[in-house]
Ligand binder design. Structure first.
Ligand code: ATP
Length: 411
């Protein structure tokens, strides 16, 4: 369905694909944009203490040395001695899951993707595609403090692409080599109590956000990291997990990074009367994993009918407009007027193919919350029918009220 309806396509498909890379089609792009917009709204616009940033993907390689990633951003890797398939040591038991063969001892495998910058072969410099978007915020810490009026505690929000040489990409878009993250770095005073308070606040805040956008509570849980699995920078870490068809899976992490990063970059913060290295509470979510889980969680079948019960805020189209019959000029003309009027405010679909029932089904399958039909009554009393995706109930609304009516419904 994701491919057929234009949500997600295999990357470079006409050349046989490219393992671990995916492309988003017209509807997937809308879904991802809507997720990012809703995230930015709640993390930046709804608050007074968070500003945004958009750092470069490729940075001076010294950043990754200082951050510890060239040294410690590794997964333990085992290889099957028989079929030579590779796996993450922490994801397999004693034998190869593909052929039952014997596995090698775990080897460390760095996840950073190398790139070479420069035009002349001899002068090429090795750099890295960022393995997490986080460091772009830390290296700009002083710039942000100096160019804005932020005062501790404050946060910096960022959304952007990250790249990891994953050993075992898979589970559709869940583990890709190129993906998008949405992250908050929240800077606080170096104090255990304050850190615990902020950690608990952000942990709950992020869980509430997924629930407010419609993910079923039963399919969500927190999972605290064990001491031996925490990332090299983390003092405390909890994952938000989703009950995916392939098992409970992380799609956001909340970390207490302490002063690890700012200290490594030799950065500090000056209050009126003291200088110190702030601590950081981080919320790090994946846009692609969120998009995947919003899709899975909202997908329902009712006999032949598929309904994507996406929260209207996330739905690619907010409404679809149809003329009852495609070959009646008056109906098409009036429906086009309604369509143009709504298009000024919302992303709206137009459809005049096939019969009306088929068009409703086609919109249900992609999660369009409302379908507006112009019929013969519309020509007499200037109304349209509004059909609700979830209840299939219809209401007549006058054309001049259609925009506020839809705004109200979308919330
Ligand atoms: P995992 O244990 O699944 O490899 P991680 O703990 O390494 O994930 P983080 O480094 O905490 O992940 O990254 C934060 C978020 O970035 C993850 O919760 C996830 O949503 C997203 N993310 C990380 N790696 C990938 C990937 N390979 N593909 C898609 N999203 C990813």
């Amino acid at each position: 369905m994701a491919k057929r309806r234009g949500f997600v396509f295999p990357g470079s498909e006409i050349y046989g694909g490219f393992g671990g890379f995916w492309d988003y089609g017209p509807l997937g792009t809308e879904l991802k944009n809507n997720i990012k917009k809703a995230w930015w709204q709640s993390m930046v616009y709804d608050r007074d203490d968070v500003v945004g940033a958009d750092a470069a993907i490729i940075m001076n390689p010294k950043v990754w040395e200082a951050s510890g990633h060239t040294e410690a951003f590794t997964d333990p890797l085992v290889e099957c001695k028989a079929c030579h398939h590779r796996f993450r040591a922490d994801k397999v038991k004693e034998v190869c899951p593909d052929c039952g063969g014997e596995l090698t001892e775990p080897k460390k495998f760095n996840l950073l993707t190398e790139v070479y910058i420069g035009t002349v072969e001899e002068n090429k410099t090795k750099a890295y595609l960022r393995g997490e978007i986080t460091q772009g915020v830390f290296v700009n810490f002083a710039n942000i403090v100096n160019s804005t009026r932020v005062k501790i505690p404050f946060g910096v929000a960022q959304i952007g692409k990250a790249f990891r040489n994953e050993i075992t990409p898979g589970n559709f878009t869940f583990r890709s080599l190129e993906f998008e993250q949405m992250e908050l770095e929240y800077f606080i005073k170096p104090d255990e109590k304050e850190a615990d308070k902020q950690f608990d606040f952000w942990k709950q805040e992020r869980m509430n956000w997924y629930v407010s956008l419609g993910i079923a509570k039963d399919n969500l849980r927190f999972r605290e990291h064990e001491d031996n699995e925490r990332a090299h920078y983390a003092k405390a870490a909890v994952d938000i997990e989703y009950q995916a068809p392939f098992g409970w899976s992380e799609f956001e992490g909340i970390h207490n990074r302490g002063d690890y990063d700012l200290k490594n970059h030799k950065l500090s913060y000056k209050d009126e009367n003291e200088e110190y290295t702030p601590w950081v509470i981080e919320t790090s979510g994946g846009v692609d994993r969120a998009a995947l889980f919003f899709l899975i969680d909202s997908y329902q079948e009712d006999g032949e009918r598929v309904i994507l019960k996406l929260n209207p805020k996330l739905a690619p189209f907010k409404a679809a407009v149809f003329p009852l019959l495609p070959n009646k000029e008056e109906l098409v003309g009036k429906a086009k007027e309604v369509y143009q009027m709504l298009k000024k405010e919302f992303n709206v679909a137009w459809d005049e193919r096939g019969n009306i029932g088929k068009r409703y089904f086609a919109q249900d399958e992609i999660g369009t919350p409302y379908c507006l039909t112009v019929d013969f009554t519309s020509l007499e009393d200037d109304t349209v029918t509004f059909r609700d995706r979830d209840t299939a109930k219809q209401e007549r609304v006058s054309v001049d009220k259609a925009v506020p009516y839809l705004q109200n419904k979308l919330g």
